[in-house]
Design a protein around this ligand. Structure first.
Ligand SMILES: [Zn+2]
Ligand SMILES: [Zn+2]
Length: 428
Protein backbone atom coordinates (compact mmCIF):
# COMPACT_ATOMS: atom_id res chain seq x y z
CA UNK A 1 0.00 0.00 0.00
CA UNK A 2 1.50 3.31 -1.05
CA UNK A 3 1.82 6.05 1.51
CA UNK A 4 -0.49 9.01 1.20
CA UNK A 5 0.89 12.38 0.29
CA UNK A 6 1.51 14.52 3.36
CA UNK A 7 -0.03 17.60 1.82
CA UNK A 8 -3.07 15.61 0.88
CA UNK A 9 -3.37 14.25 4.40
CA UNK A 10 -3.36 17.78 5.74
CA UNK A 11 -5.79 18.97 3.02
CA UNK A 12 -3.46 21.70 1.87
CA UNK A 13 -1.69 22.65 -1.33
CA UNK A 14 2.08 22.37 -1.76
CA UNK A 15 2.35 26.14 -1.50
CA UNK A 16 0.69 26.29 1.89
CA UNK A 17 2.05 28.87 4.30
CA UNK A 18 3.14 27.85 7.79
CA UNK A 19 0.12 29.42 9.43
CA UNK A 20 -2.34 27.81 7.00
CA UNK A 21 -0.67 24.48 7.54
CA UNK A 22 -1.01 24.84 11.29
CA UNK A 23 -4.61 25.87 10.94
CA UNK A 24 -5.51 22.93 8.75
CA UNK A 25 -3.66 20.55 11.02
CA UNK A 26 -5.48 21.81 14.08
CA UNK A 27 -8.82 21.50 12.40
CA UNK A 28 -8.19 17.94 11.25
CA UNK A 29 -6.59 16.90 14.51
CA UNK A 30 -9.70 17.93 16.37
CA UNK A 31 -11.85 16.16 13.83
CA UNK A 32 -9.97 12.87 14.09
CA UNK A 33 -9.10 12.95 17.72
CA UNK A 34 -10.00 9.48 19.06
CA UNK A 35 -11.78 11.00 22.04
CA UNK A 36 -14.17 12.64 19.63
CA UNK A 37 -14.74 9.57 17.52
CA UNK A 38 -15.99 7.01 19.97
CA UNK A 39 -18.06 5.29 17.25
CA UNK A 40 -14.99 4.27 15.26
CA UNK A 41 -11.96 4.78 17.45
CA UNK A 42 -9.68 2.51 15.49
CA UNK A 43 -10.13 4.37 12.23
CA UNK A 44 -9.85 7.76 13.92
CA UNK A 45 -6.66 6.67 15.68
CA UNK A 46 -5.14 5.68 12.36
CA UNK A 47 -6.11 8.96 10.77
CA UNK A 48 -4.83 10.89 13.75
CA UNK A 49 -1.42 9.22 13.64
CA UNK A 50 -1.16 9.73 9.92
CA UNK A 51 -2.01 13.36 10.38
CA UNK A 52 0.59 13.90 13.07
CA UNK A 53 3.23 12.21 11.03
CA UNK A 54 2.52 14.49 8.09
CA UNK A 55 2.49 17.56 10.24
CA UNK A 56 5.74 16.70 11.98
CA UNK A 57 7.42 16.71 8.60
CA UNK A 58 5.79 19.69 6.98
CA UNK A 59 6.07 22.05 9.94
CA UNK A 60 9.85 21.67 9.88
CA UNK A 61 11.29 23.73 6.97
CA UNK A 62 14.23 21.36 6.46
CA UNK A 63 12.14 18.22 6.50
CA UNK A 64 9.54 19.85 4.32
CA UNK A 65 12.08 20.82 1.70
CA UNK A 66 13.49 17.31 1.74
CA UNK A 67 10.02 15.87 1.37
CA UNK A 68 9.27 18.27 -1.49
CA UNK A 69 12.33 17.03 -3.33
CA UNK A 70 12.30 13.33 -2.59
CA UNK A 71 8.89 12.55 -1.26
CA UNK A 72 8.61 9.72 1.28
CA UNK A 73 11.98 8.39 0.15
CA UNK A 74 13.66 11.33 1.83
CA UNK A 75 13.05 9.67 5.17
CA UNK A 76 13.29 6.04 4.25
CA UNK A 77 16.83 6.52 2.92
CA UNK A 78 18.04 8.43 5.91
CA UNK A 79 17.45 5.35 8.01
CA UNK A 80 16.92 7.19 11.24
CA UNK A 81 15.62 10.71 11.14
CA UNK A 82 11.93 10.99 10.85
CA UNK A 83 11.38 7.32 10.30
CA UNK A 84 11.44 6.92 14.05
CA UNK A 85 8.01 8.45 14.33
CA UNK A 86 6.06 5.33 13.62
CA UNK A 87 7.97 3.43 16.26
CA UNK A 88 7.34 6.10 18.82
CA UNK A 89 3.69 6.33 17.96
CA UNK A 90 2.93 3.08 19.79
CA UNK A 91 3.18 4.90 23.06
CA UNK A 92 1.59 8.03 21.76
CA UNK A 93 -0.53 9.92 24.24
CA UNK A 94 -3.54 11.35 22.49
CA UNK A 95 -4.80 13.44 25.35
CA UNK A 96 -1.46 15.24 25.57
CA UNK A 97 -1.56 15.85 21.91
CA UNK A 98 -5.06 17.16 22.13
CA UNK A 99 -4.33 19.61 24.90
CA UNK A 100 -1.32 20.88 23.03
CA UNK A 101 -3.55 21.61 20.07
CA UNK A 102 -5.69 23.80 22.27
CA UNK A 103 -2.66 25.46 23.71
CA UNK A 104 -1.39 26.26 20.30
CA UNK A 105 -4.75 27.57 19.38
CA UNK A 106 -5.11 29.90 22.33
CA UNK A 107 -1.48 30.94 22.15
CA UNK A 108 -2.11 32.20 18.68
CA UNK A 109 -4.67 34.74 19.78
CA UNK A 110 -1.97 37.31 20.39
CA UNK A 111 -0.83 37.29 16.78
CA UNK A 112 -1.35 40.33 14.64
CA UNK A 113 -4.79 40.91 13.28
CA UNK A 114 -3.65 40.67 9.71
CA UNK A 115 -2.48 37.14 10.20
CA UNK A 116 -5.78 36.06 11.58
CA UNK A 117 -7.65 37.62 8.74
CA UNK A 118 -5.53 35.71 6.35
CA UNK A 119 -7.31 32.57 7.46
CA UNK A 120 -10.26 33.40 5.27
CA UNK A 121 -10.02 31.13 2.26
CA UNK A 122 -10.45 31.71 -1.43
CA UNK A 123 -13.63 29.71 -1.30
CA UNK A 124 -17.02 31.33 -1.05
CA UNK A 125 -20.48 29.87 -0.79
CA UNK A 126 -22.66 29.92 -3.90
CA UNK A 127 -25.75 32.09 -4.04
CA UNK A 128 -29.25 30.79 -3.42
CA UNK A 129 -31.43 30.81 -6.50
CA UNK A 130 -35.11 31.46 -7.04
CA UNK A 131 -37.16 29.70 -9.66
CA UNK A 132 -40.73 30.75 -10.30
CA UNK A 133 -42.78 27.74 -11.28
CA UNK A 134 -46.25 28.10 -12.71
CA UNK A 135 -48.48 25.08 -12.34
CA UNK A 136 -52.10 24.33 -13.17
CA UNK A 137 -54.63 23.76 -10.42
CA UNK A 138 -54.87 20.14 -11.56
CA UNK A 139 -51.13 19.76 -10.86
CA UNK A 140 -51.60 21.19 -7.39
CA UNK A 141 -54.33 18.62 -6.87
CA UNK A 142 -52.47 15.61 -8.30
CA UNK A 143 -48.89 16.59 -7.52
CA UNK A 144 -46.42 16.80 -10.37
CA UNK A 145 -42.78 16.33 -11.23
CA UNK A 146 -41.83 18.86 -13.85
CA UNK A 147 -38.38 19.23 -15.31
CA UNK A 148 -37.12 22.74 -14.78
CA UNK A 149 -34.31 24.41 -16.65
CA UNK A 150 -32.26 27.24 -15.26
CA UNK A 151 -28.97 28.96 -15.70
CA UNK A 152 -26.57 28.57 -12.80
CA UNK A 153 -22.95 28.20 -11.81
CA UNK A 154 -21.73 24.62 -11.83
CA UNK A 155 -18.39 23.26 -10.68
CA UNK A 156 -15.52 23.31 -13.21
CA UNK A 157 -14.50 19.74 -14.02
CA UNK A 158 -11.18 20.81 -15.57
CA UNK A 159 -9.77 21.99 -12.26
CA UNK A 160 -12.03 20.03 -9.86
CA UNK A 161 -13.56 23.30 -8.69
CA UNK A 162 -10.25 24.65 -7.41
CA UNK A 163 -9.73 27.33 -10.06
CA UNK A 164 -6.08 26.32 -10.30
CA UNK A 165 -4.66 25.43 -13.72
CA UNK A 166 -2.50 22.32 -14.39
CA UNK A 167 0.73 24.26 -13.75
CA UNK A 168 -0.84 26.69 -11.35
CA UNK A 169 -0.45 27.28 -7.66
CA UNK A 170 -1.76 29.43 -4.87
CA UNK A 171 0.48 32.30 -3.85
CA UNK A 172 0.35 34.74 -1.03
CA UNK A 173 -1.14 37.97 -2.32
CA UNK A 174 1.67 40.42 -3.10
CA UNK A 175 -0.44 43.53 -2.57
CA UNK A 176 -1.33 42.75 1.03
CA UNK A 177 1.34 40.17 1.85
CA UNK A 178 -1.37 37.71 2.59
CA UNK A 179 -3.09 39.86 5.20
CA UNK A 180 -6.22 40.33 3.13
CA UNK A 181 -6.31 43.96 4.16
CA UNK A 182 -4.38 47.03 3.12
CA UNK A 183 -3.54 49.74 5.63
CA UNK A 184 -3.30 53.36 4.68
CA UNK A 185 -2.34 56.35 6.77
CA UNK A 186 -4.86 59.15 6.36
CA UNK A 187 -3.93 62.08 8.51
CA UNK A 188 -4.05 60.80 12.06
CA UNK A 189 -5.96 57.71 11.16
CA UNK A 190 -4.77 54.36 10.01
CA UNK A 191 -7.39 53.13 7.58
CA UNK A 192 -7.78 49.45 6.89
CA UNK A 193 -9.48 48.23 3.75
CA UNK A 194 -9.98 44.81 2.21
CA UNK A 195 -7.31 44.10 -0.36
CA UNK A 196 -8.59 44.65 -3.89
CA UNK A 197 -6.16 42.28 -5.58
CA UNK A 198 -7.24 39.22 -3.61
CA UNK A 199 -10.73 40.32 -2.47
CA UNK A 200 -9.54 40.04 1.10
CA UNK A 201 -8.61 36.36 1.08
CA UNK A 202 -4.85 36.98 1.16
CA UNK A 203 -4.15 34.60 -1.68
CA UNK A 204 -3.96 34.72 -5.44
CA UNK A 205 -3.73 31.99 -8.03
CA UNK A 206 -0.78 31.82 -10.34
CA UNK A 207 -1.80 30.21 -13.63
CA UNK A 208 -5.44 29.83 -12.92
CA UNK A 209 -7.64 27.33 -14.75
CA UNK A 210 -8.35 28.69 -18.21
CA UNK A 211 -11.76 27.04 -18.49
CA UNK A 212 -13.23 28.88 -15.53
CA UNK A 213 -10.80 31.83 -15.25
CA UNK A 214 -9.81 30.69 -11.80
CA UNK A 215 -13.38 30.73 -10.45
CA UNK A 216 -13.65 26.98 -10.02
CA UNK A 217 -17.14 27.18 -11.51
CA UNK A 218 -18.84 27.93 -14.80
CA UNK A 219 -22.22 29.29 -15.80
CA UNK A 220 -24.25 26.56 -17.44
CA UNK A 221 -27.78 25.51 -18.25
CA UNK A 222 -29.05 22.98 -15.85
CA UNK A 223 -32.19 20.88 -15.74
CA UNK A 224 -33.55 18.92 -12.82
CA UNK A 225 -36.89 17.40 -12.04
CA UNK A 226 -38.68 18.72 -9.02
CA UNK A 227 -41.19 16.89 -6.90
CA UNK A 228 -44.21 19.11 -6.39
CA UNK A 229 -46.28 17.52 -3.64
CA UNK A 230 -50.03 17.08 -3.66
CA UNK A 231 -51.86 20.09 -2.25
CA UNK A 232 -49.32 22.84 -2.87
CA UNK A 233 -50.82 26.27 -2.90
CA UNK A 234 -50.05 29.52 -4.59
CA UNK A 235 -47.24 31.40 -2.84
CA UNK A 236 -45.61 28.34 -1.29
CA UNK A 237 -41.96 27.67 -1.84
CA UNK A 238 -39.91 24.52 -1.90
CA UNK A 239 -36.25 24.55 -0.94
CA UNK A 240 -33.84 22.21 -2.67
CA UNK A 241 -30.66 21.95 -0.66
CA UNK A 242 -27.46 22.59 -2.57
CA UNK A 243 -29.17 23.00 -5.95
CA UNK A 244 -28.36 26.69 -6.17
CA UNK A 245 -25.15 28.19 -7.51
CA UNK A 246 -21.94 26.25 -7.05
CA UNK A 247 -19.58 27.97 -4.63
CA UNK A 248 -16.48 29.87 -5.63
CA UNK A 249 -13.41 27.62 -5.91
CA UNK A 250 -14.98 24.66 -4.18
CA UNK A 251 -17.12 26.59 -1.70
CA UNK A 252 -20.42 24.96 -0.78
CA UNK A 253 -23.38 25.39 -3.11
CA UNK A 254 -26.35 27.62 -2.43
CA UNK A 255 -29.93 26.37 -2.32
CA UNK A 256 -32.63 26.50 -4.95
CA UNK A 257 -36.02 27.87 -3.97
CA UNK A 258 -38.99 26.93 -6.09
CA UNK A 259 -41.72 29.54 -5.77
CA UNK A 260 -45.07 28.03 -6.62
CA UNK A 261 -47.59 29.96 -8.65
CA UNK A 262 -50.86 28.16 -9.17
CA UNK A 263 -52.45 29.56 -12.29
CA UNK A 264 -56.07 30.71 -12.16
CA UNK A 265 -58.43 27.97 -13.28
CA UNK A 266 -61.08 28.41 -15.91
CA UNK A 267 -63.93 27.21 -13.73
CA UNK A 268 -62.65 26.47 -10.23
CA UNK A 269 -61.59 28.95 -7.63
CA UNK A 270 -59.57 27.80 -4.69
CA UNK A 271 -59.55 28.88 -1.09
CA UNK A 272 -57.18 26.78 0.96
CA UNK A 273 -58.52 23.22 0.64
CA UNK A 274 -61.93 24.12 -0.77
CA UNK A 275 -62.87 24.63 -4.37
CA UNK A 276 -65.65 26.88 -5.59
CA UNK A 277 -67.58 26.65 -8.78
CA UNK A 278 -70.48 28.59 -10.24
CA UNK A 279 -73.16 26.46 -11.81
CA UNK A 280 -75.64 27.94 -14.22
CA UNK A 281 -78.89 26.02 -13.91
CA UNK A 282 -81.99 26.43 -16.11
CA UNK A 283 -84.70 28.59 -14.59
CA UNK A 284 -87.17 25.71 -14.67
CA UNK A 285 -84.74 23.45 -12.77
CA UNK A 286 -84.41 26.13 -10.12
CA UNK A 287 -88.19 26.24 -9.76
CA UNK A 288 -89.08 22.59 -10.16
CA UNK A 289 -85.88 20.95 -9.01
CA UNK A 290 -83.77 18.45 -10.87
CA UNK A 291 -80.17 17.37 -11.16
CA UNK A 292 -77.04 18.85 -12.68
CA UNK A 293 -73.67 17.31 -13.40
CA UNK A 294 -70.99 19.23 -11.56
CA UNK A 295 -67.45 19.00 -12.94
CA UNK A 296 -64.74 18.09 -10.44
CA UNK A 297 -61.00 18.67 -10.35
CA UNK A 298 -60.36 14.97 -11.00
CA UNK A 299 -62.44 15.22 -14.15
CA UNK A 300 -65.25 12.94 -12.94
CA UNK A 301 -68.52 14.87 -12.87
CA UNK A 302 -70.67 14.45 -9.81
CA UNK A 303 -74.45 14.62 -9.95
CA UNK A 304 -75.93 17.29 -7.73
CA UNK A 305 -79.61 17.32 -6.87
CA UNK A 306 -81.19 20.73 -7.09
CA UNK A 307 -84.18 21.11 -4.80
CA UNK A 308 -87.30 22.84 -6.07
CA UNK A 309 -87.32 26.57 -5.41
CA UNK A 310 -83.55 26.99 -5.39
CA UNK A 311 -82.66 30.64 -5.14
CA UNK A 312 -80.02 32.51 -7.04
CA UNK A 313 -76.73 32.58 -5.12
CA UNK A 314 -77.55 29.56 -2.98
CA UNK A 315 -74.57 27.26 -2.47
CA UNK A 316 -74.35 23.54 -2.02
CA UNK A 317 -71.44 21.63 -0.68
CA UNK A 318 -70.16 18.44 -2.20
CA UNK A 319 -68.06 16.73 0.44
CA UNK A 320 -64.41 15.95 -0.19
CA UNK A 321 -64.25 17.03 -3.79
CA UNK A 322 -61.83 19.84 -3.07
CA UNK A 323 -58.06 19.69 -2.72
CA UNK A 324 -56.03 17.62 -0.29
CA UNK A 325 -54.05 19.65 2.16
CA UNK A 326 -50.29 19.53 1.89
CA UNK A 327 -50.32 18.78 5.62
CA UNK A 328 -52.56 15.78 5.06
CA UNK A 329 -55.91 15.25 6.72
CA UNK A 330 -59.37 15.42 5.21
CA UNK A 331 -59.75 16.54 1.65
CA UNK A 332 -61.48 19.86 1.11
CA UNK A 333 -65.00 20.33 -0.28
CA UNK A 334 -66.44 21.54 -3.54
CA UNK A 335 -68.87 24.38 -3.08
CA UNK A 336 -71.32 24.94 -5.87
CA UNK A 337 -72.96 28.32 -6.18
CA UNK A 338 -76.20 28.51 -8.06
CA UNK A 339 -76.63 30.90 -10.93
CA UNK A 340 -79.87 30.85 -12.80
CA UNK A 341 -80.05 31.02 -16.52
CA UNK A 342 -82.90 33.37 -17.40
CA UNK A 343 -84.09 32.65 -20.94
CA UNK A 344 -83.94 35.49 -23.41
CA UNK A 345 -85.88 36.04 -26.64
CA UNK A 346 -88.59 33.59 -25.64
CA UNK A 347 -91.34 32.49 -27.99
CA UNK A 348 -94.76 34.08 -27.95
CA UNK A 349 -96.22 30.84 -26.67
CA UNK A 350 -93.75 30.71 -23.78
CA UNK A 351 -94.61 34.28 -22.92
CA UNK A 352 -98.32 33.39 -22.74
CA UNK A 353 -97.58 30.48 -20.46
CA UNK A 354 -95.53 32.69 -18.18
CA UNK A 355 -98.24 35.33 -18.02
CA UNK A 356 -100.66 32.61 -17.08
CA UNK A 357 -98.11 31.42 -14.53
CA UNK A 358 -97.95 34.90 -13.00
CA UNK A 359 -101.73 35.08 -12.72
CA UNK A 360 -101.78 31.79 -10.90
CA UNK A 361 -98.88 32.87 -8.72
CA UNK A 362 -100.78 35.94 -7.54
CA UNK A 363 -103.88 33.96 -6.66
CA UNK A 364 -101.75 31.34 -4.96
CA UNK A 365 -100.20 33.97 -2.71
CA UNK A 366 -103.53 35.50 -1.77
CA UNK A 367 -104.85 32.02 -1.03
CA UNK A 368 -101.88 31.47 1.28
CA UNK A 369 -102.59 34.74 3.04
CA UNK A 370 -106.27 33.82 3.54
CA UNK A 371 -105.25 30.56 5.09
CA UNK A 372 -102.99 32.41 7.49
CA UNK A 373 -105.95 34.57 8.59
CA UNK A 374 -104.41 37.68 7.23
CA UNK A 375 -106.41 40.35 5.45
CA UNK A 376 -105.87 40.24 1.68
CA UNK A 377 -103.46 42.81 0.44
CA UNK A 378 -104.27 42.97 -3.23
CA UNK A 379 -102.24 42.09 -6.27
CA UNK A 380 -98.96 43.71 -5.34
CA UNK A 381 -98.94 42.49 -1.77
CA UNK A 382 -95.68 41.06 -0.58
CA UNK A 383 -95.46 37.43 0.33
CA UNK A 384 -95.37 36.41 3.95
CA UNK A 385 -93.12 33.45 3.46
CA UNK A 386 -90.95 34.62 6.30
CA UNK A 387 -93.82 34.01 8.71
CA UNK A 388 -95.10 30.91 7.11
CA UNK A 389 -95.10 27.95 9.42
CA UNK A 390 -94.62 25.53 6.56
CA UNK A 391 -91.06 24.44 6.70
CA UNK A 392 -88.94 23.98 3.67
CA UNK A 393 -87.85 20.47 4.49
CA UNK A 394 -85.24 20.49 1.79
CA UNK A 395 -82.94 22.66 3.74
CA UNK A 396 -83.39 21.38 7.23
CA UNK A 397 -81.08 18.51 7.27
CA UNK A 398 -79.13 17.03 4.51
CA UNK A 399 -78.88 13.36 3.85
CA UNK A 400 -76.22 11.73 1.88
CA UNK A 401 -77.67 8.81 0.02
CA UNK A 402 -75.04 8.02 -2.52
CA UNK A 403 -76.22 6.03 -5.44
CA UNK A 404 -79.80 5.90 -4.17
CA UNK A 405 -82.35 5.07 -6.81
CA UNK A 406 -84.20 8.15 -7.79
CA UNK A 407 -87.34 8.19 -9.83
CA UNK A 408 -89.61 11.04 -10.71
CA UNK A 409 -90.36 13.20 -7.70
CA UNK A 410 -88.59 10.83 -5.38
CA UNK A 411 -85.38 12.87 -5.73
CA UNK A 412 -85.86 14.52 -2.35
CA UNK A 413 -84.79 11.32 -0.65
CA UNK A 414 -81.53 11.27 -2.43
CA UNK A 415 -80.05 14.55 -1.40
CA UNK A 416 -76.33 14.49 -1.79
CA UNK A 417 -75.74 17.95 -0.53
CA UNK A 418 -75.89 19.68 2.75
CA UNK A 419 -76.06 23.24 3.94
CA UNK A 420 -72.67 24.82 4.17
CA UNK A 421 -71.86 27.52 6.71
CA UNK A 422 -70.35 29.79 4.11
CA UNK A 423 -73.43 29.80 1.92
CA UNK A 424 -74.20 33.41 2.27
CA UNK A 425 -70.68 34.70 2.21
CA UNK A 426 -69.84 33.75 -1.30
CA UNK A 427 -69.26 36.80 -3.36
CA UNK A 428 -70.74 37.31 -6.71
ZN1 LIG B 1 -11.57 25.43 -13.80
ZN1 LIG C 1 -4.33 40.88 -1.16
Amino acid sequence: MSKRDYYEILSVTREVSDSELKKSYRKLAMKYHPDRNSDDTEKAEKKFKELNEAYEVLKDPQKRSAYDQFGHNAFNQSGGGFGGFSGASNGFDFSDMFSSIFEEFSGDQGSVQGRRRRQSSMKAQGEDLRFDLEIALEDAFNGTKPEIKYSTYMGCTDCSNSGIGPEGKILECVACQGAGVVRQQKGFFLMEQPCVSCQGCGQTIQNSCSSCSGQGRLRKQRSISVNIPVGVDDGMRIRLNGEGEAGLRGGSSGDLYIFIHVLPHEIFQREDKNLFIKAKIPMITAILGGTVDVPTIENKPVELVIPAGTQYGKSFCIDRKGISSIKGGKRGDLIVEMHIDIPQNILHEQKEILEKFEELEISRKSLDEDQDNKPPKGKSGSSKKGKRKKKSSLFNRSKKVWGAARTGIDWMNALIFRMHPIFNRINE
